[in-house]
Design a protein around this ligand. Structure first.
Ligand code: NAD
Length: 247
């Protein structure tokens, strides 16, 4: 059973010279940068369920609506800045290099803007697009297609260009690399994720089976709290900067 308590009831996490740290971040780490979490938004966008927009079915039914949804998010991404939790993780990478595996469910670019160099985006990246038939690798694309009736982008092969996002019902990216890192982790930390979206919500159990200490950070215990050794309650910007003590 997890020990659940206010973050300042705990001592910092010692990161020894041989430690391998797996950090999984969710929407909560970007909340204080002004990006709404899925839960805060009530799971809705303009009366549509997000699942109906961010899905292969939504794309098949109304690609203009899907592009409008992501265009608004791209426009917002231009206005937001990383917070102290993002920069603290970049500082940790600076100290321990590839012994940190930073995996995010977020599609925003705030880890990179905070200075992280190696970020695994398991749900894709808001500022990238790709050919829907995978004829071209994902490419940087900050363009917006906000107006219904705008011409939507096409690949040279004739297929449509889609956002490089893992939609509901699709398989996340980089799972093999993440699983390898989980098997080697000695410390597993989730920051700001409700523990409701799989497979990411199952990572904690994999890390635990591999022998890692497991820690959750966020203002409330997540749905999968029982799989953690500790839940350190608090906002990401107050908990993360003093969280790691590197030996
Ligand atoms: P979620 O919305 O289901 O849960 C957010 C979690 O963040 C909650 O547990 C909440 O308690 C916590 N939280 C809220 N404020 C916080 C703070 N200041 N500090 C720390 N934690 C805080 O998000 P999820 O678990 O990441 O899963 C929802 C899905 O929607 C994921 O696929 C996610 O990537 C996607 N999403 C991404 C973004 C983004 O890219 N920024 C935003 C919204 C949703």
């Amino acid at each position: 059973m997890a020990r659940v308590s206010a973050y300042d009831d705990f001592t910092p996490l010692a990161v020894e010279a041989t430690a391998r740290v797996f950090v999984l971040t969710g929407a909560g780490i970007s909340a204080e940068s002004g990006i709404q979490t899925f839960r805060d938004a009530g799971g809705l966008w303009e009366q549509h369920r997000v699942e109906d927009v961010a899905s292969p079915e939504g794309w098949a039914k109304d690609p203009s609506m899907v592009w409008r949804f992501y265009s608004l998010r791209r426009a917002q991404a231009a206005t937001v800045a990383p917070n102290a939790a993002h920069t603290a993780l970049a500082a940790l990478e600076h100290r321990i290099g590839e012994r940190l595996f930073l995996c995010t469910q977020n599609v925003d670019p705030l880890h990179e803007r905070g200075g992280s160099r190696r970020v695994v985006h398991m749900h894709g990246e808001l500022l990238k697009s790709r050919c829907e038939r995978n004829h071209a690798a994902p490419f940087d694309d900050p363009a917006t297609y906000p107006e219904p009736g705008d011409r939507l982008p096409r690949c040279g092969c004739g297929a449509r260009i889609r956002p490089h996002i893992c939609w509901f019902g699709e398989i996340p990216f980089h799972l093999d690399t993440a699983h390898e890192a989980l098997a080697r982790a000695t410390l597993f930390v989730t920051i700001g994720s409700s523990g409701a979206v799989y497979p990411a919500a199952g990572f904690v159990r994999m890390a635990r089976e591999a022998g890692a200490r497991t820690v959750y950070v966020g203002p409330e215990a997540p749905d999968n709290a029982s799989a953690f050794d500790e839940c350190r309650l608090g906002r990401a910007t107050e908990v993360v900067p003093p969280l790691f003590r590197v030996a």
